[in-house]
Design a protein around this ligand. Structure first.
Ligand code: DGJ
Length: 346
């Protein structure tokens, strides 16, 4: 973000605060630090400031809910082309209201050790974290590419922590089931079974594999979905008897039309239903690519989390959080300049 844009964002936030009917936040973790801004709505595509007043840096992210608190893990981007490679690692932010996020620091850090897996300049994308209920650990998976190898490694990095804030300790990098794995997500189904969903086979096909009991590997069998259609950016949610998947097509950092598929079981069969986005710019999903679907605790709202990538200056990338309206098997994604959970809860 340029200095001008940053100051603009700050002023915009201050103006929003002055107009807000909810002035006077409780003195808890959502209270901004001096100079910070309290957010009381989602503003898709606008700079989103954390409780220190700094733009949130958590791209390709995923959320985890633990004991009343949401954790947002994402790729830390920096300026310029270097920002397309991991220069810092994976960030962690936390929130109790989903609007105001506290920077919890670097959850998984790259290293300066030449030749090490997490050597600065490797690629770490789309981190997702699950809590393993059987042993209490927090397990992070991310798309991993060894430094200097472009996107040819097609592996995952797995790391563990005993605290959702980290620090996560790198365990290993590998190809799950000996299969290529690029864009990926983790998802726990209604039976409590954890899955890895990955773009595989040269990005042509999705593969879905159950995790092992310790969440450090995949079980030997896997299923395939959306075969030979180049799906990327998978995100899953369960709602009213159906598993819903939002994904994208494959066009590098350029946005394309979102895809929606439904299934009665994560194992499939998955039925593709088309682009859920409607209205202006729906053909490029409002200039975004999916990264996660969230149903906040105790709510019937489903939030589409997407990234608006800025590959020339990745730190300028913003976040597109919009309600995904679901009726039976149909999903609709409409643009909103700003919105609150209460606006869409039924
Ligand atoms: C699209 C993927 O969804 C992103 O995570 C990233 O890998 C870019 N491709 C790289 O071009």
């Amino acid at each position: 973000m340029t200095r001008g844009k940053f100051i603009g964002a700050m002023l915009g936030g201050v103006a929003a605060m002055a107009l807000s009917p909810r002035l006077g936040y409780a003195a808890d973790e959502n209270t901004p630090a001096p100079g910070g801004v309290a957010n009381d709505c989602f503003r898709p595509g606008k700079p989103w400031l954390d409780t220190d007043g700094v733009p949130i840096n958590a791209h390709g992210g995923g959320l985890l809910y633990v004991d009343g608190r949401y954790y947002w893990y994402g790729e830390i981007k920096v300026k310029g082309d270097a920002g397309n490679y991991a220069q810092v690692g994976i960030s962690c932010y936390s929130s109790t209201d989903l609007y105001n996020w506290k920077n919890e620091g670097v959850a998984l850090a790259v290293t300066d050790e030449a030749g090490s897996n997490l050597e600065r300049g490797c690629i770490l994308e789309r981190p997702k974290v699950l809590q393993n209920k059987s042993n209490g650990t927090f397990v992070l998976w991310a798309h991993y590419e060894r430094k200097g190898n472009g996107y040819n490694s097609a592996q995952v990095a797995v790391a563990v922590a005993d605290n959702p804030r980290g620090p996560f300790k790198f365990v290993r990098a590998f190809r799950p089931n000996d299969q290529m794995s690029r864009d990926m997500t983790l998802f726990v189904d209604e039976q409590g079974v954890a899955w890895q969903v990955r773009s595989s086979e040269g990005n042509a096909t999705l593969q879905l594999a159950k995790l092992t009991k310790d969440y450090l590997d995949c079980q030997p069998d896997f299923v395939r979905a959306l075969e030979h259609t180049y799906p990327e950016a998978p995100a899953l949610i369960y709602h009213d008897g159906w598993y819903h998947m939002i994904a994208s097509h494959c066009s590098g950092w350029l946005p394309n039309a979102a895809r929606h598929a439904v299934a009665k079981s994560v194992a499939g069969p998955w039925k593709e239903l088309g682009n859920p986005a409607v209205g202006d710019n729906s053909a490029i999903t409002f200039n975004s690519q999916s990264t996660y679907l969230l149903k906040p605790a105790g709510s019937n709202v489903i939030i589409y989390l997407g990234d608006r990538w800025e590959p020339k200056n990745p730190i300028d990338g913003t976040y597109i959080w919009l309600p995904l309206e679901i009726q039976d098997t149909q999903a609709t994604l409409r643009w909103r300049d700003s919105w609150r959970l209460a606006d869409v809860a039924t």
